[in-house]
Design a protein around this ligand. Structure first.
Ligand code: ZN
Length: 352
């Protein structure tokens, strides 16, 4: 079917950025697809502009739409705290920043049907999003029914499944459950994602800190040592190797964890990882270790690390051991952050 000229947009005069650099070019968009990138002011550009919407990009860079593969819009963390960006506000903000696709999560917890979790999340997003969106499935209750349902989801387009080594009693999977889930991912050709922190050990440290009266926000970080992130990455990589599944480490925050990704990749495993801006720019000493609201505002999981980690993570990006930068966008307002005033354990910390 011929495209009517009203469906055509021509972006003229800009510097078009691609993997090979920036060059002066005009971009012809038909419908929702880039039809051609042509020489600026060329005959093809002039012909396409006839009756089309023309965007003057003179003096501007023209960049591909960003894809943020890890966001949590309107995520209820507790009865008192739901992440503050809705599907409408979050995706509108994303569009303003040049991000044209986000991937959120449907969350299945123990005792919940996977299907219900997905239907609920799709209903929340329906008609609300300003940009393209997709869903991963967070699976907190790995059982026979959930493992079976994964096959249906893959057919429907949900092809990545996130599991948790943290948050016992909420999303946590033990090693046996992880192995079964990874085996299922291998069978389906789908991707296993992992929140790699040893939650069983972390819970002990958190409770010990609280019973000593160490309840300030910095203890959120001190009770989640990077060694327990590295240990979890190593263990997850071993389980994925046994299952023959690819493994994607979400929100990698520390040198310890990166070392284990490097180890796995050198071993030839299909293990790759993302990091997030907070781990590249913020630190436990400068940001989390502050009194009151200032500290509480910097609670996230995994926690901020020492600033010496920044260089290591940037090097990881250069070497492709870190393959992706996502945001793990999961914002809360001060009212919710202040819930953690007397005990960091109560602050919404982003389930990760
Ligand atoms: Zn997350």
């Amino acid at each position: 079917m011929a495209m009517s000229s009203t469906d055509v947009v021509v972006i003229r005069g800009g510097q078009v950025v691609s993997t090979s650099g920036a060059t002066a070019a005009d971009v012809i968009v038909e419908g929702e697809r880039i039809a051609a990138v042509v020489a600026p002011g060329s005959a093809a550009s002039t012909a396409a502009a006839e009756g089309a919407r023309v965007v003057d990009a003179d003096g501007c860079y023209v960049v591909p739409g960003g894809v943020d593969v890890h966001v949590h819009l309107q995520l209820p963390m507790s009865p008192e705290a739901t992440s503050s960006d809705t599907f409408a506000t979050g995706t509108t903000a994303a569009a303003w920043g040049g991000t044209t696709t986000v991937i959120d999560f449907a969350g299945q917890m123990k005792g919940m049907h996977v299907r219900d979790a997905v239907e609920q999340r799709l209903a929340e997003a329906e008609g609300q999003c300003a940009i393209d969106y997709g869903l991963h499935l967070s699976m907190g209750g790995v059982d026979e029914a959930a493992l079976k349902e994964m096959g249906t989801l893959v057919d429907e387009g949900i092809t990545s499944f996130k599991f948790f080594m943290a948050y016992p009693g909420v999303y946590y999977s033990d090693d046996g459950q992880l192995l079964q889930a990874f085996q299922r991912c291998a069978d389906l050709g789908s991707m296993a994602m992992i929140h790699a922190e040893n939650g069983i050990a972390i819970d002990v440290l958190r409770d010990q800190a609280a019973s000593r009266g160490d309840t300030g926000s910095v203890w959120h970080g001190r009770t989640r040592p990077s060694r327990l992130e590295g240990e979890a990455v190593h263990r997850a990589a071993a389980l994925a190797e046994v299952a023959g599944a690819p493994l994607y480490i979400v929100h990698l925050s520390s040198s310890d964890a990166l070392e284990q990704v490097t180890w796995a990749r050198q071993r030839g495993l299909n293990v790759f990882a993302e990091t997030c801006p907070q781990y590249l720019y913020l630190s436990i000493d400068e940001h989390l270790d502050q009194p009151g609201l200032d500290g509480l505002r910097h609670i996230c999981s995994p926690p901020l690390r020492p600033s010496t980690t920044h260089d290591t993570l940037w090097q990881g990006l250069r070497r492709d051991e870190l393959a992706v930068v996502s945001t793990d966008h999961c914002p809360f307002c001060d009212t919710e952050k202040l819930l953690g005033t007397d005990d960091f354990r109560v602050a919404p910390n982003g389930l990760g």
